[in-house]
Design a protein around this ligand. Structure first.
Ligand code: 4NP
Length: 148
């Protein structure tokens, strides 16, 4: 799960998918395309919305997306087209590029809708991000179950 800062959207996405896949043999992680917040816990507003739905993301620490993530992960979900461009810029092979997907395309295929960045806005943005990510992660979980 990749966003810009790895403190708002992708930690939520990581927490939601990891929570849904507790019984599955799946490793979920998140990272940011920027180095702004490396080492920081998720934004308190992300922690709060996750907690509202019974998910604890307080132990996560922001890290920078790196090339080795292409080798470590089967799928790299990004939140918006800017994240997409930043991650694709680091790809070396067609196999790397094929791993990168806009997460909301799981709900609305090929629409390329973003999970809007809630960082500079109010609490409603975090609720909206949560609901969209929850819908997408439910589909991702089903996809994983069908492949295992
Ligand atoms: P995120 O949100 O990419 O969802 O973690 C942001 C967090 C921090 C900043 C921008 C977006 N920032 O500019 O510091």
């Amino acid at each position: 799960m990749v966003c810009l800062g790895n403190i708002c959207r992708s930690p939520l996405a990581e927490g939601i998918l990891a929570n849904k896949c507790k019984e599955l043999d799946v490793f979920v992680d998140s990272a940011g395309t920027s180095s702004y917040h490396i080492g920081q816990a998720p934004d308190p507003r992300s922690q709060c919305i996750a907690k509202k739905y019974g998910i604890d993301i307080s132990n996560q620490k922001a890290r920078h997306f790196q090339y080795s993530d292409f080798e470590s992960f089967d799928i790299i979900y990004v939140m918006d087209s800017s994240n997409h461009n930043n991650v694709i810029a680091l790809a070396k092979t067609e196999t790397d590029r094929e791993k990168v997907k806009l997460i909301l395309n799981e709900i609305k295929p090929e629409m390329n809708s973003p999970v809007l960045d809630p960082y500079f806005g109010g609490d409603q943005g975090f609720e909206t991000a949560y609901q969209l990510l929850d819908q997408a992660c439910e589909i991702i979980k089903t996809n994983i179950e069908n492949e295992l």
